[in-house]
Design a protein. Structure first.
Length: 246
């Protein structure tokens, strides 16, 4: 299965060509910096109005071309806001999630306009918060490097205590000890937590088989993915998709 990044890049040229042939009109972003500022001050109401185009058009009246305009507009918001952020503060995982959002927009339909606008608003706020706060609260530099490594290689099937310790040039017992003390969970539990949470958008916005989603995030066994998913999310992947897919 193609990764989120590949899914987006595959359609990027087509989307740009389509928009170049359109009169984008009021779908253009007037002030990118204001969007980044809204993320900083956590102004959900105003950000939602921007995603809703300030007028919340009726989903059943959007033509195919109008929906493509909306999709491109939403992508522009996400890309522009991320570029405005201080790149030093954005983690690789945050950027991977941004690519996942772009791919999710590609998979949305016009009938999902309202739900999609609300989802993107909340997701952008969450991405900004995690990018700015999560790693600032980690005091041990080895643990901070470990967490960044896990997020940046979330789809790798080779993430383990031993492989990470080797990359950090420290012993596995030492890494295990300082990680659990700092994060209040084992390193392996954290790896599964990050992998499962990163896979949620695929369950929500695609029809890809669960087995393929599991494989993309480094699980060779759908049984293991399903068991870890239930431990972390309290439900099965299929039930989550049924309850949360839009």
């Amino acid at each position: 299965m193609e990764s989120s990044e590949q899914l987006y890049l595959k359609h990027l040229d087509r989307n740009i060509s389509t928009m170049n042939s359109m009169d984008v009109g009021h779908y253009q972003i007037a002030d990118v910096q204001s969007i980044y500022r809204l993320l900083m001050i956590k102004d959900r109401e105003t950000l939602l109005r921007i995603f809703l185009l300030s007028e919340e058009p009726h989903e059943d009246t959007l033509t195919g071309q109008e929906w493509e305009k909306v999709q491109f507009y939403w992508k522009s918001i996400i890309i522009a806001a991320s570029l405005q952020a201080n790149i030093q503060r954005y983690t690789p995982m945050t950027m991977a999630q941004i690519f996942s959002l772009l791919a999710a927009i590609d998979d949305m339909e016009a009938s999902q306009f309202n739900a999609g606008a609300h989802f993107l608003t909340d997701k952008m706020l969450a991405l900004y918060a995690s990018g700015m706060e999560e790693f600032d609260n980690i005091s041990n530099p080895h643990v901070a490097k470990c967490v960044r490594l896990i997020h940046s290689q979330v789809k790798s099937p080779d993430l383990s205590l031993n492989t990470i310790a080797k990359k950090l040039n420290i012993s596995s017992p030492y890494l295990s000890s300082i990680f659990q003390k700092e994060m209040e969970m084992t390193l392996i539990t954290y790896i599964h937590k990050v992998k499962i949470e990163a896979s949620l958008d695929h369950l929500k916005f695609t029809n890809h088989p669960v087995q393929q989603i599991a494989k993309e995030y480094g699980y060779s066994s759908i049984t293991t993915y399903g068991r870890k998913f239930k431990e972390i999310m309290g439900t099965t992947p299929l039930k989550y998709r049924k309850s949360n897919g839009i």
